[in-house]
Ligand binder design. Structure first.
Ligand code: DUC
Ligand code: ZN
Ligand code: ZN
Length: 486
């Protein structure tokens, strides 16, 4: 009788801190042993020449989500999770998004109905809070946090989503009280509107003006303000999808002061620029997302932020709107830049792009890659040590990477429900060959091996990321109010 269900043999294991030669034994969906000569198994996976990495955690993606302008994403929980798995992910954290007037409880129930029968990888939900009413703040949100929905996103822009500074303070102080993480989309709505009006009245309507209206100052001002509001409320805060160097600097400065401020960036800010929005005809619409891609110098600043302590998390912000009337052109075939659906796809290409251009080109260590794509998200969002690492007792969520596999990205090889990829034609070296979730093989031989709905919902604990990430700063040392006021 073999000792283990599965052994992954002969590979190089890497975590966020170590790289070592070891076999990985799996039993009952978890990692049972790490080492050499572990004994027999019912199934042996040969990983000679391969890297054995924690499955990725995509902590920012929009799946089967209706936008505030009522556009449904092209991916549901089946196509979205399959695409994620082929890109090396074993967990994702999409949003359960509240539209104004909606009960948060209803929003969460709908998200479960959508995900449960379809997802092939494990999942949790961040909430989106667009309507922080007395009932939401006093009843629904505290109850949901206690149930493990311990992170939520708020917006400083988008007419139908944005909250004002007063509401932001309410949300932050509640998050502080319950140990939850607030994520913020930091762009100054008035700056964007003011610039947009001036552009439109002068006839500047093409997609490239989307990037002009979302000036980097709109992002850096809002980022600094969000950080200050978090300081005032003595709360931790994670600024998502950072694109502008000045916004990145604001995060780094805050962190250097010991504040519990965290940063996330995404592939579109490393691999695209505002020039992509100026492609022929309406092609630029494919690259319209918010914040927008910046310039080459901006890309370099974002790369630097991945290694200098600015960014802890690298997510896709997969927001799949097709290049047709169901998505980008929902408001007509020839819209002004204001009416183009915002978002780019990238759930399957997130990790291969960062591996190839980061690890492969010597910009990142393999351990930094693991930290940015899996471990830190698990820690920050209350999933660690079950997820995000390779350790005895952790879930056997593993991506076996072939670091020599050369591929040219093209839409037809991807598994999402999109009709384009912004990374069409890019040559990539390194891609996962085999992906296991809780010990089950999800992807092997370029084929999906599991049924719809085989992923599980993950209950989370409110996390204490300051301690977990090793920078055990107390919360804001310069807090101005007593606890009774918060
Ligand atoms: N911006 C967002 O804030 N969310 C989805 C996509 C985008 O471009
Ligand atoms: Zn956003
Ligand atoms: Zn987003």
């Amino acid at each position: 009788m073999p000792k283990y269900e599965t052994i992954i043999k002969g590979g190089t294991v890497a975590t966020a801190v170590d790289t070592f030669e070891a076999d990985v034994a799996i039993q009952g969906g978890r990692i049972a042993a790490l080492g050499l000569d572990l004994g027999g198994a019912e199934r042996t996976i040969d990983a000679t020449g391969m890297l054995v990495l924690p499955g990725g955690i995509d902590a920012h993606c929009h799946i089967e989500q209706e936008s505030s302008t009522k556009i449904m994403t092209a991916d549901d929980f089946y196509s979205g999770s399959v695409s994620a798995a082929f890109g090396g992910n074993t967990t994702f954290v999409p949003f359960a998004a509240q539209h104004r007037g909606q009960s948060l409880r209803d929003v969460v129930n709908i998200a479960h109905e959508r995900a449960g029968p379809k997802s092939v990888i494990d999942y949790a939900f961040h909430l989106i809070i667009s309507d922080p009413t007395e009932n939401v703040l006093g009843q629904e949100l505290p109850a949901l946090i206690m149930e493990g929905y311990s992170s939520f996103k708020v917006y400083m822009t988008y007419e139908m989503l944005k909250i004002d500074d007063h509401q932001m303070l309410d949300v932050l102080s509640l998050a502080r009280r319950y140990g939850a993480m607030t994520m913020v989309h930091a762009e100054n709505n008035d700056v964007i509107n003011w610039l947009s009006e001036r552009l439109l009245t002068r006839g500047y309507v093409e997609p490239k003006y989307h990037a002009v209206s979302h000036n980097p100052i709109a992002e850096s001002e809002a980022s600094r303000r969000a950080i200050d509001l978090a300081r005032l409320a003595d709360a931790k805060l994670l600024i998502v999808h950072v694109s502008a160097p000045e916004a990145a600097n604001a995060i780094l400065n805050a962190r250097n002061q010991g504040l519990p401020i965290y940063g996330e960036t995404c592939p579109q800010y490393l691999f695209l620029t505002a020039e992509d929005l100026d492609r022929d005809g309406m092609e630029g619409a494919k690259f319209c997302c918010s914040p927008p891609p910046r310039d080459k110098a901006g890309q370099e600043a974002i790369w630097l932020g991945l290694t200098n302590g600015t960014f802890q998390v690298f997510s896709s912000d997969h927001a799949p709107y097709r290049y047709d009337e169901t998505g980008k052109f929902n408001a007509g075939r020839n819209p002004t830049f204001k009416k183009i659906a915002n978002g780019v796809p990238g759930i399957e290409t997130r990790m291969p792009l960062l591996f190839s251009e980061g690890v492969g080109k010597g910009r990142l260590s393999l351990n930094q890659f693991v930290a940015l794509t899996a471990t830190n998200a698990a820690k920050i969002y209350g999933l660690h040590p079950r997820k995000g690492t390779i350790a005895v007792g952790s879930d056997a969520d593993i991506a076996i990477w072939d670091p020599t596999w050369k591929r040219t990205i093209t839409q037809s090889m991807l598994h999402d429900n999109m009709d384009y990829t912004p990374y069409e034609g890019m040559e990539i070296t390194g891609w996962p060959r085999t992906v296991l979730s809780q010990g089950r093989i999800v992807v092997e031989n370029e084929t999906l091996q599991v049924a719809r709905g085989s992923g599980s919902f993950l209950e989370r604990q409110p996390a204490d990321p300051g301690v977990e990430l090793g920078d055990d700063a107390p919360l804001n040392p310069s807090r101005t109010f007593g606890a009774d006021l918060m």
